[in-house]
Ligand binder design. Structure first.
Ligand code: CP3
Length: 341
């Protein structure tokens, strides 16, 4: 039994005294103890060494005490396991030196044995569970097939992901074949993460908002929904689509347990679009953590009033930024704990 089960209760839609809180990308660069490890070990070494991944996962739990931990890893470990070479360059982000742009290349990408290629992640989950000692739940995650596809085809980050979209529109057979392989791998991967001990999973569709509502159905939601359907019996699934407010209606009808919302969508609209019954998660503008602490606290309380305390998980609208002072991050968490007191 997990001692602090607020997060799991909110995922089930149960009534709570106050909503739970965690922050996307909470294990990361705004923490001095994280930067100390980053100076010593490169990115994929941190992901692939269970002791380091577990330590980084619990750093924010010790320092700011959110109601859930998220495993330190990256969405790009999945394409790496599928035979796509990925590098992480400082200040440049992820680089894929040989981006996938033809059917021949798609045919070379494989659905791997996840235990063989991603066993280090499952080991990190087991070790983290031991370190957490059932204090708070552990979230596992994966990128959405579309978001992984964006990096695999574009070869790097992008403002518009034109090349990735171009492959969908000019060679839909190749695009769908690749998206399906990513989906199949992700399902195997997340099922194994659940077996190793995570208590919920989140799908990050960081680039879903690049697609029109119609294209979103065909190239993103269709695949996310396959993952949701494959996982819903074994664990709660949260779907976070950045810029995807237009898809909240379909998402709200799915078997997802909760939907993430970014800060461009009001609580009222998000409740309305998602059908009013499903748990929502979000949506504080990450840059707003640069406001003075009393302002942060006031705005967090207003946000909870707007979403309502039930069927709600307090979070940012996207990942925390590296330039956020730690005491501001802590004020965000504390504000939720002080709510209603
Ligand atoms: O939430 C957490 O604290 C768990 C850790 C986590 C990381 N990446 C660690 C990381 C999670 C959940 C991710 C997800 C991820 N990775 C996403 C989806 C969420 C989002 O932010 O949209 C995406 C798109 C990626 C791909 C990625 N990884 C990028 C674009 C970058 C470089 C830019 C950046 O954010 O720094 C990374 C590297 C990365 N992943 C870092 C961390 C802490 C920073 C680099 C480092 O530590 O050296």
């Amino acid at each position: 039994m997990i001692k602090n089960d607020l997060f799991l209760k909110a995922l089930k839609g149960e009534t709570v005294q106050r909503p739970p809180v965690w922050m996307m990308r909470q294990a990361g660069r705004y923490l001095p103890e994280f930067r100390a490890l980053r100076d010593k070990y490169d990115f994929f070494t941190r992901c692939e060494t269970p002791e380091l991944a577990a330590e980084i996962t619990v750093q924010p739990i010790r320092r700011i005490a959110p109601d859930a931990a998220i495993l330190f890893s990256d969405i790009l470990v999945v394409p790496r396991a599928m035979g796509i070479h990925v590098e992480l360059k400082d200040n440049l982000g992820p680089i894929i030196p040989n981006p996938i742009r033809t059917m021949e290349q798609v045919n070379q990408v494989f659905v791997p044995d996840v235990n063989e290629t991603l066993g280090y992640v499952f080991d990190a989950v087991k070790l983290t569970k031991e370190m957490l000692n059932d204090e708070v739940p552990l979230i596992g995650f994966a990128g959405s097939p579309w978001t992984i596809f964006c990096y695999a085809v574009e070869g790097k980050g992008s403002k518009s992901f034109d090349t990735a979209k171009g492959l969908c529109f000019s060679n839909p057979v190749a695009a769908h074949t690749l998206l399906q392989k990513i989906t199949d791998t992700t399902i195997l991967y997340l099922k194994e993460k659940v077996k190793s001990g995570v208590n919920a999973v989140q799908i990050f569709d960081s680039w879903g908002g690049m697609l029109s509502p119609v294209d979103y159905q065909e190239f993103s939601w269709k695949y996310i929904n396959q993952i949701v359907e494959a996982l819903e019996e074994v664990t709660p699934v949260i779907v976070f689509g950045k810029g995807c407010w237009f898809a909240l209606n379909d998402m709200g009808k799915s078997k997802a347990s909760a939907l993430g919302v970014d800060w461009t969508c009001s609580a009222r609209n998000a409740r309305y679009l998602s059908g009013g019954n499903i748990t929502l998660q979000g949506n504080f503008d990450p840059s707003r953590l640069l406001s003075p602490i009393p302002t942060i606290k006031k705005m967090v309380h207003e946000m909870i009033d707007e979403f309502g305390k039930d069927k709600y998980i307090v979070n940012l609208g996207h990942g925390i930024l590296p330039n956020i002072p730690v005491d501001h991050a802590k004020a965000f968490i504390d504000a939720v704990k002080e709510y209603g007191q």
